[in-house]
Design a protein around this ligand. Structure first.
Ligand SMILES: [Zn+2]
Length: 305
């Protein structure tokens, strides 16, 4: 019990320290300090596509706590005691710069509502444009593939819109393939001279056949060859957090399977709309499009939560 308390304290101090740094760099505003609550956040930056880890210390235990921001709900979780709550909030790729309100609302043990407003200032971010040359069938798909493409898009959207109430992930997220760099999140994409939707994942360099490891615990909710993404695996990490891996050459898991951190889920490939083998990793958080590298950094900084 003592150890758990000590760890909680340490995590909070780290959060406050990073918050102070950010306050200088990004004018983040801490509105959440009153007699009942201490609120702190950890973020790599306050910009579109970033993940914010928010920790709340209440004076009295709470039964539940959820953050609501820009019409998205981000369920919080309690660790080591129900007065300390932690949650991940996503700043979607298309968030305009300016003040972003985060409403923290929950219930105490008597069922009384508690509410707290937290505010951060999101800075502008200019994403570069990338020009790619691919097979024309991925730029202007043939008529007889349009139904399939629409069906796949609806299925993936439905998955991302589902919030599993349980949290499966534990600790920081591992990098799914070896290496150090990742690139391309948010880039505006032009294929064969035609503008298409922005790149909502990060591309990790890896040779064909490299094993892809689950970055954290979860349940596999999709294993399928998709028109644009090629062989794709989606892992539900719980509480609205998903990993999506595209362009695989082979699968190593089945739909419905529970996977653990580090378990091989497939092999790197070049299936779908690609210019060569690499691993594409998308992360969605309550449907917000966020950079997987931001998620990794925030959980690492916060001590894994
Ligand atoms: Zn990609």
């Amino acid at each position: 019990m003592f150890l758990i308390k000590l760890r909680r304290r340490k995590a909070l101090v780290t959060g406050l320290f990073v918050n102070c740094v950010l306050a200088l760099l990004a004018s983040s505003t801490l509105l959440g300090v009153d007699e009942d609550f201490k609120v702190a956040h950890v973020a790599r930056a306050l910009q579109p596509g970033e993940v914010i880890l928010i920790s709340v210390d209440a004076e009295r235990p709470l039964k539940e706590l959820t953050a609501t921001s820009r019409d998205r709900n981000f369920p919080f979780y309690s660790e080591g005691g129900s007065a300390h709550w932690v949650g991940l909030v996503g700043i979607d790729l298309d968030t305009p710069p300016g003040e972003v309100q985060i409403l923290l609302s929950g219930k105490d043990l008597d069922g009384e509502t508690v509410e707290l407003k937290y505010q951060v200032t999101v800075l502008d971010k200019q994403f570069p444009t990338r020009h790619l040359s691919v097979d024309w069938k991925y730029v202007s798909p043939p008529q007889d593939e349009l139904d399939r493409i629409a069906r796949e898009s609806r299925r993936v959207s439905r998955i991302f819109a589902t919030t599993t109430p349980e949290r499966f992930w534990r600790g920081p997220f591992l990098r799914p393939v070896p290496g150090k760099t990742g690139s391309g999140f948010g880039k505006r994409s032009v294929y064969n001279g035609k503008p298409r939707s922005p790149h909502t994942g990060t591309d990790l360099r890896a040779a064909k056949g490299t094993p892809v490891k689950a970055p954290n615990n979860g349940r596999v909710v999709l294993v399928k060859d998709l028109y644009f993404a090629g062989n794709t695996v989606i892992i539900d990490h719980g509480l609205g957090l998903y990993s999506y891996f595209a362009h695989l050459s082979e699968f190593r898991v089945e739909e419905g399977e529970v996977v653990e951190t580090g378990q091989v889920i497939g092999l790197v490939g070049a299936t779908g709309r690609v210019t060569g083998p690499h691993l594409h990793w998308t992360v969605r958080l309550s449907e917000a499009r966020v950079d997987p590298l931001s998620l990794m950094k925030v959980l690492e900084t916060a001590g894994g939560s």
